[in-house]
Design a binder for this molecule. Structure first.
Ligand SMILES: [Cu+2]
Length: 161
C-alpha cells in the first residue's frame, strides 16, 4: 500500500471512530445538568440519582435506559401517592418534549441505582449515562451529596421498595 492510500485508509478509520461516539447533533440538542447522587449509609444497596434533562431541539426525545458507574442496574422511577403512602413505580421510558426540561428530583421522578457495588461517598462523582431515542448515549458526571441544595437537613426522603 503506498503512502497516499494508507493516509486515506487512516482517514476512513478516524471518521468511523468518530461516528461511534455520541451523536454531535444530539449532544447539542439535549443537555443534562444539575445531576447528583444521594449518599446513603454504606449498608444500603441502592440509592437515587437526580438531574435535569433539557431538550433544546425540535423533536421529542425519550430516555429508554440508564446506567451508572457504581450500579449493576438502573431503573427510571416515579413517585406516586397511593392510599396516603408514597410509592415508587418503574417507568419504561421518559419523554422530554422539544423546548422543555424534565426535572428528576426528590419526591418525584428519579433514577434508581440498584445492586450497588458499594455506596459512593460524599465528594465522589458517579458517571451517569442515559440512552436516548433518537440519538444514543449521553453521559454526565454526578457529584455525590447527602441532600440537594434546596433540601433542609430535617427533611427525610425515604425509599421503600
Ligand atoms: Cu426509586
Amino acid at each position: 500500500m503506498d503512502k497516499r492510500l494508507l493516509a486515506l485508509a487512516l482517514l476512513g478509520l478516524v471518521s468511523l471512530l468518530a461516528k461511534a461516539g455520541p451523536d454531535p447533533a444530539l449532544t447539542a440538542q439535549v443537555v443534562l445538568h444539575d445531576s447528583w447522587v444521594r449518599a446513603l449509609p454504606p449498608t444500603q444497596t441502592s440509592t437515587a440519582a437526580y438531574l435535569t434533562i433539557a431538550n433544546n431541539g425540535e423533536v421529542p426525545v425519550k430516555v429508554v435506559a440508564a446506567s451508572a458507574s457504581v450500579a449493576a442496574r438502573v431503573e427510571i422511577h416515579t413517585t406516586r401517592e397511593v392510599d396516603g403512602l408514597m410509592r415508587m413505580e418503574q417507568l419504561q421510558d421518559l419523554q422530554v418534549l422539544p423546548g422543555t426540561d424534565v426535572d428528576l428530583a426528590p419526591g418525584g421522578t428519579h433514577l434508581m441505582l440498584l445492586e450497588l457495588e458499594r455506596m459512593p461517598g460524599v465528594g465522589e462523582t458517579v458517571r451517569l449515562c442515559l440512552q436516548l431515542e433518537p440519538g444514543g448515549q449521553l453521559c454526565t458526571d454526578a457529584p455525590v451529596r447527602k441532600s440537594s441544595a434546596g433540601e433542609g437537613g430535617h427533611h427525610h426522603h425515604h425509599h421503600t421498595e
